[in-house]
Design a protein around this ligand. Structure first.
Ligand code: NAI
Ligand code: 15L
Length: 275
């Protein structure tokens, strides 16, 4: 498989939520080989459709009726929209918790059989770094945000068992253009590897509900993807070429959460609303 072209037949119409976000802007380009039409959605402004291969439909994920209309006519959903960092629970609730329910209800109503869910390493963020985890390891969410991703994974599991809607939940590590700190030397996922993983997630038959860690072929990875071997995802990139620039950054104290927990600084955020 390659991210530039695809050996697969393109879908007719894919839906990408979170299209105005950091990853959404990257995926707007890199998903093109996989679909004739890409429907782009966000609550924030999305750059206008370039041509007939794109559709822009703004939508608040907390609005059930709007999400229902958003999903009509699509073949599969890449659900990247929502609050992507730790915030007070009330902010997470509408976008992430109600939002993921609305996505699955709309998928059921419109007979969409495949969802790719942008889950996060923050579902396991309270595990210590160096502790090797697989898809069956106990979750230890590090934030309300991480909890919302646990809920999304459980929603995916339920909608497969109950309604046969298949999902690949990708526990994305840190997907940015470059690793930004020492923790990300382990958690980094390049944009190219993310795109390849999405290709695997879209086209592999019979995924049921598969949980996969989204991480590049870094030297010190804590995550074992053997339960997702059927996806045939083979990361090609590595954080190693960035080691010198990352190690030139100031060294945090040995007990800094960024060096202790898999979720890094997320474990320290909150509480909210005490004053
Ligand atoms: P981002 O914050 O840049 O993008 C998220 C998008 O969701 C934003 O454009 C935002 O406007 C939109 N959004 C927020 N609330 C919404 C609502 N109520 N209705 C509709 N849209 C709403 O985040 P990024 O980095 O692009 O991440 C995309 C997805 O991947 C997120 O779900 C995030 O949790 C997940 N992820 C990203 C990681 C990363 O390293 N970039 C790591 C782990 C997970
Ligand atoms: C995430 O889940 C966030 O969406 C992203 O902004 C990063 O913080 C990433 O995890 C990470 O853990 O590096």
């Amino acid at each position: 498989m390659t991210s530039a072209t695809t050996e697969h037949q393109p879908f007719n119409r894919l839906l990408l939520t979170g299209a105005a976000g950091g990853l959404g802007k990257v995926l707007r380009q890199s998903l093109r080989p996989f679909t004739r039409i890409l429907r782009l959605s966000d609550i924030a402004e999305v750059a206008p459709a370039l041509d007939e291969s794109e559709e822009v439909q703004l939508c608040d994920l907390a609005d059930k009726q709007a999400v229902d209309q958003l999903v009509a006519g699509v073949d599969a959903i890449l659900h990247f929209g929502g609050v992507s960092v730790e915030r007070p629970f009330e902010e997470i609730l509408g976008a992430n918790i109600c939002g993921v329910f609305h996505i699955y209800e709309a998928a059921r109503r419109h007979n969409v059989k495949r969802v790719i869910f942008a889950s996060s390493n923050h579902v396991i963020g309270f595990h210590k770094q160096g502790h090797r985890l697989d898809a069956h390891s106990p979750r230890r969410p590090d934030s309300y945000y991480g909890l919302s991703k646990c809920y999304g994974e459980d929603m995916a599991s339920f909608y497969f068992d109950r309604y046969g809607i298949e999902t690949v939940s990708i526990r994305i590590g840190s997907s940015f253009s470059e690793p930004q700190n020492r923790r990300m030397m382990s958690t980094w996922l390049s944009y190219g590897d993310l795109t390849q993983l999405l290709e695997c997630a879209l086209y592999t038959p019979n995924v049921g509900h598969t949980v996969v860690y989204g991480v590049s072929d870094n030297q010190n990875v804590w995550w074992d993807n053997s339960y997702a071997a059927h996806l045939n995802f083979k990361a090609r990139d590595s954080s190693e070429p960035f080691r010198a620039q990352v190690e030139a950054l100031p060294m945090p104290a040995a007990d800094d959460p960024i060096l202790v927990y898999q979720g890094g600084a997320f474990v320290t955020l909150g509480p909210f609303g005490d004053d």
